[in-house]
Ligand binder design. Structure first.
Ligand code: ADP
Length: 249
């Protein structure tokens, strides 16, 4: 196994909601170090697969492996500790806290020694520095002391990514990272994803096909809960079944 082993594997996974089969017998390998996108028309099953992979939803059938470990029966917080962290489509930051405070809280999640409120000033300064560095990484250091609620939308999404990076994930799961964004923010978030992916794997659900074309190494196209095609953008965008699924939807 080792280096060739996919970081994430879904094996014959199905999900039914009250008898409706939203995902059927779906398998997926996500290569370590890649940017992998899940695309497909509305209702194709992208969100359901994303939720199955992150253990937000239990599968009806099939198995899920992360770094070779069977995580089918693990909870979302357990897989987060193992190194798979998701960002939410709806921003999940504390609105009344500052950007810096949000990142500091995220930095202290999952730490065995707990929160550092009572720690020495040296420890607290180190925490400040680390949080500030993360805000720089996502390009919002000038908003460090602004409340999250005061950040423009695109900057809030960048903050949300900073709070997920604070957990130092090996696999970053992004649910529609550019949803609702204007052109400028889309460009910024794309650059950010590319930077973030230098030393980690990214799996994203994304509607914006130009983002997908620009960023992804590997694309899985879904339709009606099944895999329609897989490969690079050049390959899948020429696939007649993919064109048909998009035009027909
Ligand atoms: P996508 O993200 O590709 O738009 P979804 O995964 O959200 O697709 O949905 C796939 C199918 O499963 C849709 O037909 C949707 O109506 C159905 N579905 C998703 N979640 C639920 C649920 N909680 N209960 C019932 N049906 C659901």
């Amino acid at each position: 196994n080792g280096a060739d082993e996919p970081i994430l594997r879904l094996e014959n996974v199905s999900k039914s909601f009250f008898g409706f089969l939203a995902v059927r017998d779906f398998s997926l390998d996500v290569r370590r170090g890649s940017i992998h996108a899940l695309i497909g028309p509305n209702g194709a099953g992208k969100t359901t697969i994303f939720n199955l992979a992150t253990k937000t939803l239990p599968p009806t059938r099939g198995r899920i492996f992360f770094k070779g470990t069977d995580i089918t029966a693990r909870s979302a917080s357990e897989v987060a500790r193992l190194g798979m962290v998701r960002s939410f489509q709806i921003s999940a930051v504390f609105a009344s806290l500052t950007a810096l405070e949000n990142v500091k809280i995220a930095l202290q999640r999952f730490r065995p020694d707990g929160f550092a409120f009572w720690k020495s000033s040296k420890v607290l300064h180190a925490l400040d520095d680390r949080a500030m560095a993360l805000l720089c990484d996502v390009g919002i250091e000038s908003y460090a002391h602004a409340r999250a609620s005061e950040l423009p939308y695109g900057r809030r999404r960048a903050l949300e990514i900073a709070t997920t990076l604070a957990l130092d994930p090996e696999l970053l799961m992004l649910d529609e990272p550019t949803a609702g964004m204007g052109h400028e923010d889309v460009g910024r978030i794309s650059d950010l994803i590319r930077t973030v992916a230098r030393d980690r794997t990214v799996l994203m659900v994304e509607h914006n096909l130009s983002i997908v074309a620009n960023l992804s190494d590997q694309i899985t196209v879904l339709a009606r809960g099944e895999r329609l095609a897989e490969g690079t953008y050049d390959v899948v965008s020429r696939d007649p079944a993919v064109i048909e699924a998009y035009v027909g939807s």
